[in-house]
Design a protein around this ligand. Structure first.
Ligand code: GLA
Length: 390
């Protein structure tokens, strides 16, 4: 059980009792970081995420009718819908809850009416997967409430499907997997093709992880994300014409890309090249992490950023600025943009004894350059989705 954020949980519990006049069950699901392996998940590659000590908290109770009553602290919004009337709502956090219920209904799970209240401390739009955390927290809660007997992997898959159908983002499985399967002080090396995974201890010795938030969220993010996915699929299709056993970029090597894709389309080649190389970088970074060679791991992270910025083109000037700033500091082992891109956070591996100074200097430089502040979060790695017993 989580011990932090007790204040959020007790306020949530009290408010739930007041609004819905029933004692709730309580659950949480964390946000995530990703050390390396970006945009590789929907290409059947590898990722190395971890759950963090910031989460979405859910209070929930069964109702006597067939309605869903939703309440979000964060947005101070309430929403209610009949179970038989669920459909996506334009641009709303409500979709993350409804999306999950819709998946369960589709497969005829016995979901009945319920009241649910949400709160959390994952910054929204920072690329820390607050939406995946909502989906995982809600499906985990429903699984307990209605005794649905879902496995963790089933819950992750439904949560991902909810994001596809109700949020319109054709995301991979990484965010939900990390939120659900996270483990204290461990990263998850996940093979997104077989879904086999292993925990890798994150022992950074004299280094710490800090996220610098650009506080930027470009509106083209989800359409550009879906477009990258299509470009990668196009590359696979072309390679498959000659190599029928190729099903994803996971099965593709540089020689195939050069001899087939590069001749057809320079941009598609560039996108695919980034993915093929990112899987290789991840393997190296993982080995370095296990050996305790943090500076070598950091170099791979810088290289990832270069690829994301120049080849996959999902960075932005604000993210590039922060990574460039970090690159010039000897106390930083590695840094890169993290998550889908076009805003959000950079992840930085920084010497612990100069961490505060680095944060101060980097956020100041950012503010001078962009006339708006950057926020920061010193991250510790926590456990995945679970129940809270208070
Ligand atoms: C977003 C998606 C993930 C993954 C990352 C990029 O966070 O939700 O599935 O594709 O972008 O690595």
């Amino acid at each position: 059980m989580l011990t932090s954020s007790n204040a959020i949980v007790s306020a949530l519990k009290q408010k739930f009792q007041k609004v819905f006049n029933a004692p709730p069950q309580l659950f949480y699901s964390p946000g995530r970081i990703n050390l390396i392996g970006e945009h590789t998940d929907y290409n059947n590659g590898f990722v190395l995420p971890a759950a963090i000590d910031k989460a979405i908290y859910v209070a929930i109770a069964e109702r006597n009718d067939d309605c869903i009553e939703l309440y979000s602290f964060e947005f101070n919004e309430q929403f209610s819908v009949h179970l038989s009337d669920i459909k996506p709502i334009e641009h709303s956090w409500v979709n993350y809850v409804l999306g999950v219920v819709a998946q369960l209904k589709k497969d005829r799970y016995p979901v009945k009416g319920f009241s649910v209240m949400l709160d959390g401390d994952i910054p929204i739009g920072a690329g820390l997967s607050s939406s995946a955390a909502v989906e995982c927290a809600v499906i985990y809660a429903l699984n307990q409430l209605f005794n649905l007997q879902l496995s963790k992997l089933q819950m992750v898959t439904y949560a991902q499907q909810a994001e596809h159908e109700y949020a319109g983002v054709k995301c991979g499985i990484m965010d939900m997997f990390a939120s659900m399967f996270g483990k204290k002080e461990q990263a998850i090396l996940l093979d997104c093709r077989s879904l086999a995974y292993e925990y890798i201890p994150v022992q950074l010795k004299e280094y710490s992880i800090v996220l610098l938030n650009t506080n930027i969220k470009h509106s083209l993010a989800s359409s550009a994300y879906n477009e990258r996915r299509i470009q990668c699929e196009q590359g696979v299709e072309w390679v498959k014409e000659k190599y029928p056993n190729v099903f994803s970029l996971r099965d593709v090597d540089m020689q195939m890309l050069k001899s087939i894709v590069e001749l057809k389309d320079g941009l598609v080649y560039q996108r695919c090249k980034y993915i093929v190389e990112e899987n290789i970088r991840l393997k190296h970074a993982c080995a370095y992490l296990q050996e305790g060679n943090i500076t070598a791991m950091g170099k791979e992270m810088f290289a990832t950023h270069e690829g994301l910025s120049k080849e996959f083109e999902v960075s932005c000037i604000e993210l590039d600025f922060l990574v460039e700033y970090a690159k010039n500091k000897k106390e930083v082992a590695g840094a890169r943009m993290m998550g889908g891109g076009f805003g959000g956070c950079t992840i930085n591996i920084v010497e612990t004894n100069t961490l505060q100074q680095f944060i101060e200097d980097a956020t100041k430089a950012y503010e001078e350059r962009f006339n708006q502040p950057a926020s920061y979060y010193i991250v510790s790695i926590g456990d995945g989705t679970g129940a809270i017993t208070v």
